[in-house]
Ligand binder design. Structure first.
Ligand SMILES: [Zn+2]
Length: 215
């Protein structure tokens, strides 16, 4: 079997997302790009995550053509492929419909930076890509364009997409966007919310890229 370790990791990540309530039912999809082959391992369409085996994860190329696997790949395969094509630094992608981030996306509003980790991990405010129907190449292109060089983007009336240089980082980014979406909503209700300046966002991003975590 091709890329067994990566296929197992996808299942682990999907189950974690379910446990952490980042996705209702199976509404979300997860992928890893293998550094050696360039192939992408992605969740199959509409299968219960707790029943997945490594062979259910589909291996596709950068164009989305199936290399190995008997299942139908996620309907958002092009969303993943086109994001990888635009971002040579990305090796893991999580697309979720987490509640608070999706609420912001349904208002077409970007999430401003009021918590430092959003600047540090995502790179600034989380923008909202304009609406396009799910599962289309139009959506894939709009999202890939709007994420720019940041690590997450909202998808209007739909959900969010987070990327990373591996799937664990992409997952952490998806988690942090959901937390920021929640905190910001509460802060707005309290009133008098203070945002972090662009200049400070840049400094926080630099600090995170250079110094955070174990070396
Ligand atoms: Zn979706």
């Amino acid at each position: 079997m091709l890329l067994k370790v990566q296929r197992k990791k996808i299942i682990e990540t999907a189950l974690k997302a379910q446990r952490d309530k980042l996705i209702p039912l199976t509404m979300g999809n997860f992928s890893i790009r293998d550094k050696k082959t360039g192939y992408i391992c992605i969740t199959p369409s509409g299968m219960e995550y707790s029943l997945l085996n490594p062979e259910d994860i589909v291996v596709v190329d950068l164009q989305g053509a199936i290399i190995e696997g008997n299942r139908k790949p996620s309907i958002e395969t092009q969303l993943h492929c086109r994001t990888y094509a635009k971002r040579s630094d990305v090796y893991g992608i999580c697309h979720t419909h987490s509640t608070y981030a999706t609420a912001w996306a349904c208002c077409g509003r970007e999430i401003p930076v009021i918590v430092a980790e959003l600047a540090g991990m995502i790179g600034g405010p989380v923008k909202c890509a304009p609406y396009a129907p799910m599962g289309t190449t139009e959506l894939a292109d709009i999202v890939a364009k709007n994420i720019g060089s940041q690590n997450a983007v909202l998808m209007e009336n739909h959900g969010m997409l987070a990327v990373g240089d591996d799937i664990d980082k992409a997952y952490a980014n998806a988690f942090i966007v959901e937390e920021a979406a929640k905190v910001t909503m509460y802060a707005m209700q309290i009133g008098g919310m203070k945002t972090i300046t662009d200049q400070e966002c840049k400094a926080l991003r630099k600090q995170t890229q250079e110094g955070y975590g174990q070396k």
